[in-house]
Design a protein around this ligand. Structure first.
Ligand code: CP
Ligand code: NVA
Length: 323
């Protein structure tokens, strides 16, 4: 069967894997690669996990966390288990990038032990330094600037729910300068979706260059959301920005995604959130729990898309013909 042979190829071609391919931001992948990963994720999702145990047998993923996580940690660890591999987590005092040792030294050591490293950091720069010294693939599990794994799960979810990505209008409401917004924009731009941002002038994204044609920012949430196919929001205060809480609450008060705002989107619009959610701040309980919300399917897709990404980075999937 096609699906079986595609997955079998993914598992078989381990010897031809490139030396070290890092995914620190969405732009580290091109549109063809993303399509391959999304298709593989769909196939993995449709395949019994018991049939996937040989794909990463004997492989180890190190997961380094400088800040908290539920979804990223558990989905990566479960993904490795389902693919027959193993995941090890280090956080807190075990992983102090730039404090206990340099990011480069940590990367050089871990490269001797494990097959890939997933890293969640505050600043993005130590992650880049870590990757520059790593001889095994490094995956960004969220930094202050990017959240590529989330964006891959997001576009997989949009594709599943709406059938395609090209021409889809995504409206992101809230802190348009954060990691989730940046990676969503990058992914949409690569896949031909349009993005509008509803945000105060102080939190406008930088839409220079490559994003000029597919993105626009509006101060008016109603204008930004008009006819949107996808409405997306995230917390108003990202991890590490807690000192800004009071200011953010005041700035973003007009940008709660509530039922009234949702009524300006297309009737078929879906509501998305990377989670964790703060009910009553960026989204009402009614919208989060409503019929348009796909947030738990979106969270599930973190597992499938990260498994596909791990296979893409650790095995030779170039022979997979994803028509
Ligand atoms: N969406 C997301 O990355 O969740 P965690 O912070 O729980 O990993
Ligand atoms: N923007 C949020 C995303 C959490 C998954 C943060 O960085 O805290």
């Amino acid at each position: 069967m096609y699906m079986t042979s595609a997955l079998a190829l993914a598992a078989r071609g381990t010897s031809a894997a490139p030396a070290a391919r890092h995914v620190l931001k969405v732009g580290d992948l091109d549109a063809v690669e993303i399509t391959t990963i999304l298709d593989l994720a769909g196939q993995l999702k449709a395949t019994r996990t018991v049939d996937q145990l040989q794909f990463l047998r004997g492989r180890t993923l190190a997961m380094l966390f400088e800040k908290p996580s539920l979804r990223t940690r558990v989905s990566f660890e479960t993904g490795m288990t389902q693919l027959g591999g193993h995941a090890i987590m280090a956080s807190g005092s075990d992983f102090m990038v730039g404090k206990r040792e340099t990011p480069e030294d940590a990367a050089r050591v871990l490269s001797r032990y494990v097959d890939a490293v997933m890293v969640r950091t505050h600043a993005h720069e130590p992650l880049e330094r870590f990757a520059s010294a790593s001889t095994v693939p490094v995956i960004n599990g969220l930094s202050a600037l990017h959240h590529p794994c989330q964006a891959l799960a997001d576009i997989l979810t949009i594709k599943e729910k709406l059938g395609h990505l090209a021409g889809i209008k995504v409206c992101y409401v809230g802190d348009a300068r954060n990691n989730v917004a940046a990676s969503l924009l990058d992914a949409c731009a690569l896949m031909g979706a349009q993005v509008t941002f509803a945000c105060p002038p102080t939190l406008r994204p930088n839409l220079s260059g490559k994003h000029k044609r597919n993105a626009r920012a509006f101060t008016s949430a109603v204008r930004a959301i008009a006819d949107a196919d996808v409405v997306y929001t995230d917390v108003w205060v990202s991890m590490g920005e807690e000192a800004l809480t009071e200011r953010r609450m005041a700035e973003l008060l007009p940008y709660t995604v509530d039922e009234e705002l949702m009524s300006h989107a297309a009737p078929h619009a879906i509501f998305m959130h990377c989670l964790p959610a703060h009910r009553g701040e960026e989204v009402t309980t009614g919208v989060l729990e409503g019929t348009q919300s796909v947030v738990f399917d979106q969270a599930e897709n973190r597992l499938h898309v990260q498994k596909a990404l791990l296979l893409y980075l650790l095995t030779d999937t170039t022979r997979i013909a994803l028509a």
